[in-house]
Design a protein around this ligand. Structure first.
Ligand SMILES: O=C(O)CCC(=O)C(=O)O
Ligand SMILES: [Fe+2]
Length: 370
């Protein structure tokens, strides 16, 4: 029974605000307290049985936690290090070189996002991170799109002219992350008792968002000082590289934050909202946030893997239980852009629309976003 002393955790999930009571002692429910580590080397095996063994472990992690560490993922560690070096150089550029590609100049919301421009929890001065975002873009030859775009197609990504080496460095990593994601989406299919290729057609040229992030150290731990506010991802799944600096935290069913500390040689993999939807929430899209209390600069690179923009996303056959609510199909690209715009409502395409209502985490009141 929630008393007036009840503590709450506020978050932003599935595009809406939510709150979870913090449960301790005899009120606590059965939930995870750590994040499983899974050796995924079997996904590269020619033997289906090896691939299924990994799928079984991944399926369990997706149902019980929504997060797992993937070990032996085959993306070379020196490539990951080189990519972090390139990202650090980008964030170290003079402000005007970064502002050249500010994401509000870009219809697809790609490019540079300065500190404090999103405010996922709605409190304080905003999320304490800067970011650079690229995504799927058929006009960029590095992406080898299955269908050539019409010649009039304009690029969706924006690249800083002051740092020409950035694009090839980012794409060297992008290709490897994409190859791993393609293996994993098949493993997720097996984990759901579906044919291994079940998701292939709806991810033939998927919505990718590759976000490079820099979190300066923060001084205080309160709702007004946060790297990225509590949220869920709008993906099928996300592959996170986070160097050696801690900061990522995952919310369990008791409202307790569990650290997703960096483990060398692994990816943090998390389920996003599209997977929660197609599995009727059998896979959980778990709330997470970032607080950088290490006193050091933190860099991370989540690679978001979502369906093709035109794909209509429906509950998969193995997750249609009797008596369960029939969810109607959603067009993946529309849903995605809605979520992206809600997080950045100052974008010119939102002009004239009222600001979204958000919860002030400190007071618990609903306010209009500033
Ligand atoms: O920086 C991280 O480790 C995770 C970032 C994240 O959750 C996001 O960008 O959605
Ligand atoms: Fe996230």
């Amino acid at each position: 029974m929630a008393s007036k002393d009840q503590e709450w955790v506020y978050y932003h999930a599935g595009g809406v605000r939510g709150a979870r009571p913090v449960l301790r002692g005899t009120d606590a429910k059965e939930t995870f307290e750590s994040i499983p580590v899974i050796d995924v080397s079997g996904i590269f095996s020619p033997d289906l049985e090896d691939r299924k063994k990994v799928a079984t472990q991944i399926g369990k992690a997706c149902r019980e936690v929504g997060f797992f560490y993937a070990q032996n993922h085959s993306v070379p560690s020196d490539l990951i290090e080189e990519t972090f070096e390139a990202i650090k150089k980008f964030f170290a550029l003079p402000r005007e070189d970064k502002m050249e590609v500010h994401l509000h100049k870009n219809a697809a919301l790609r490019g540079y996002e300065p500190l404090f421009e999103t405010n996922l929890e709605g409190a304080g001065r905003g999320d304490m991170k800067e970011a650079f975002l690229i995504g799927q873009d058929a006009s960029e030859p590095e992406q080898s799109a299955p269908l050539l775009p019409p010649p009039s197609t304009t690029a969706l990504n924006s690249w800083p002219s002051a740092y020409p080496e950035f694009r090839p460095a980012v794409y060297r990593y992008y290709a490897q992350a994409m190859a791993l994601a393609r293996k994993l989406i098949r493993t997720f299919a097996l984990a759901l008792d579906l044919p291994e290729t079940y998701f292939d057609a709806m991810t033939s040229f998927p919505m990718i968002h590759f976000r490079m992030l820099h979190y300066p150290p923060q001084e205080a731990v309160d709702a007004r000082n946060i790297g990225i506010g509590a949220h869920t991802d709008y993906t099928f799944f996300t592959l996170v590289q986070q160097e050696h600096i801690s900061g990522l935290q995952v919310l369990n069913a008791n409202g307790i934050w569990v650290d997703a500390k960096p483990i060398p040689g692994t990816y943090v993999v998390n389920v996003g909202d599209f997977f929660a939807r197609v599995t009727n929430n059998r896979f959980t899209s778990t709330v997470h946030r970032v607080l950088n209390l290490t006193g050091e600069e933190r860099y991370s690179m989540p690679f978001f893997f979502a369906p093709n923009p035109e794909a209509v996303v429906e509950v998969v056959p193995s997750c249609r239980g009797e008596g369960e609510e029939e969810k109607k199909g959603i067009v993946a690209g529309e849903y995605f852009m809605e979520r992206l715009r809600a997080a950045r409502w100052r974008h010119p395409s939102n002009q004239g629309k009222p600001p979204p209502k958000v919860l002030d985490v400190a007071t618990g009141e609903v306010v209009l976003q500033a």
